[in-house]
Design a protein around this ligand. Structure first.
Ligand code: ZN
Length: 499
């Protein structure tokens, strides 16, 4: 049996070599590649990902996985290997059920559709993109039906991005949130709104970059295991073990966007940097459970990063690196980073209204997969739901249905994981404060690393050994619920907006 486990790890290591190169190429494409080098990089990515795909679907690998999954063998395996065999065999069997010519057509369509989406978004014209989106929807339904013929397509998609999750749980949790957020948002909107004009000014990018490095070190990002660069959209990437990189996008007039992107991506990176290295060459090393991953980036960004305790020990440093902050009273800064206001664009939304942006997308995806809405009806449905949930109506498709890239490449079922991340955060916060006491007090004393260590021990080191539901059961001893997140919102915003 030991020999078979060694062969499994060997095979996974081989696949990882290709993935390392693939990720490095993606990283380069997003940060460094000159315009005329794009095509050759894209071609190389195609080459390496095909090789990796061949290895994951080779017959030899399939028989090894089947051998290891036979009960008499499987029961003797250690937990990380069990998880690996289960996931690898599931993916192997799924891929084997998809006809090759269908797969090629689907991948090609996704690339074309993404380009059509970019064009449509620039022109704010849904009609350019509609035929592609329609085809993507049909083909995604078919793709998932090939993979799991006996399951409902949307359930399979949810599970692909958030292992162990189902629409029944999401319906329950999101309904709970919707009910709880309506009165909260009403109170916030009726309260006196803060004057944030002191923040208007210029914040040199060189200073913003130094601030980013300072913040990352402060949170616990390990620069011996990672680095930073600039790209159009911030992201985190693992370039093989011991090398977790993040990117950011800087604008002189808006330091807050870059600050919170740095904290968010830093949270993703700290997770990956702290997975127990003994899980090397098992699937535990890769956390493709997006809700769990997002819970960590959003914990740093929102729960910690928007807390006064995070900033009080370092606020004078902000003024040293970016002198305009010397003219911004600390209290105004806190009000600015916690300002709640309904707006059109998800990625610019505050932590409260953000929830509603995701609920909107989830409800639309559910309607798409229940065949309750046609593609042409999507822009109007989007706008109606914006009005219902946030009380505002997009004037153009660019600030409505065209704003996100996810659907253009078939990533239906991804959106809920962002909000599930925040829901988990409410629960993690409760468990953490029970054990460590108030996070505001800890951070005010300059001891944020105590919090990072708690997350390292209780969540990060386990990688994807446990699903989110299991992590929550182990840490909080209860079922997933939106109540703790709502309690956190209500307590926090009643203080900020004095109601
Ligand atoms: Zn993220």
């Amino acid at each position: 049996m030991n020999n078979s486990v060694a062969r499994l790890k060997d095979h996974m290591k081989k696949i990882e070599q290709y993935q390392t190169i693939e990720n490095l190429l993606y990283w380069d494409l997003a940060t460094m590649t000159p315009e005329k080098g794009v095509d050759s990089k894209a071609e190389a990515i195609g080459f390496f990902s095909t090789e990796a795909f061949r290895l994951s679907t080779s017959e030899e690998y399939g028989s090894l996985l089947k051998e290891l999954s036979a009960p008499e063998n499987y029961n003797t395996l250690e937990p990380a290997i069990k998880v690996t065999v289960r996931r690898e065999l599931r993916d192997y069997e799924r891929f084997c059920r998809v006809p090759e010519d269908f797969y090629t057509e689907y991948v090609t369509l996704k690339a074309r559709s993404q380009r059509a989406w970019e064009t449509a978004k620039k022109a704010s014209d849904f009609s350019v993109y509609a035929p592609y989106l329609d085809k993507i929807i049909q083909m995604t339904k078919q793709y998932v039906r090939y993979m799991e013929p006996d399951q409902k397509p949307y359930e399979v998609l949810l599970d692909m991005f958030e292992e162990g999750m189902d629409s029944q749980t999401i319906d329950r949790v999101f309904e709970e949130l919707k009910e709880g957020l309506r009165p909260l948002l009403k109170k916030i909107r009726e309260a006196e709104q803060p004057d944030l004009s002191a923040l208007k000014g210029t914040y040199p990018i060189s200073g913003q970059k130094k601030l980013q490095d300072m913040l990352l070190s402060y949170m616990g990002f390990d620069f011996t295991k990672g680095t930073t660069a600039e790209s159009e959209h911030p992201f985190t990437s693992e370039i093989g073990s011991g090398d977790i990189r993040i990117t950011n996008h800087f604008r002189e007039e808006d330091p807050l966007a870059a600050i919170f992107s740095a904290i968010h991506e830093g949270g993703h990176a700290i997770f990956d940097q702290n997975i127990d290295p003994s899980y090397a060459h098992t699937s535990v090393m890769q956390v493709n459970i997006m809700g769990l991953h997002e819970s960590q980036s959003r914990f740093y960004e929102n729960i910690l990063g928007r807390n006064p305790g995070f900033w009080s020990p370092i606020y004078t440093k902000l003024g040293k690196l970016l002198p305009h902050f010397q003219e911004v009273p600390f209290d105004t800064f806190l009000k600015a980073i916690n300002h709640v206001e309904p707006s059109m664009i998800r990625i610019d939304a505050d932590e409260v209204t953000y929830c509603l942006h995701i609920i909107l997308r989830y409800e639309i995806e559910r309607a798409i997969f229940n065949d309750e809405v046609t593609t042409e009806e999507l822009p109007a449905l989007w706008n109606d739901k914006m009005e219902e949930l946030l009380g505002i109506r997009p004037a153009t498709d660019a600030e409505g249905v065209l704003q996100d890239t996810h659907w253009s490449d078939g990533s239906f079922g991804y959106f809920p994981s962002y909000l599930l991340g925040s829901v988990y955060d409410g629960m993690f916060l409760e468990a953490m404060e029970k054990e460590l006491g108030s996070i505001e007090e800890i951070m005010s004393k300059g001891e944020i690393m105590k919090i990072t260590k708690w997350l390292n021990t209780n969540i990060h080191q386990n990688g994807s050994l446990y699903t989110s539901r299991e992590v929550i059961q182990r840490l909080c001893g209860k079922e997933i619920s939106a109540r703790p997140l709502l309690d956190y919102f209500n307590k926090k915003y009643s203080e900020i907006y004095s109601f």
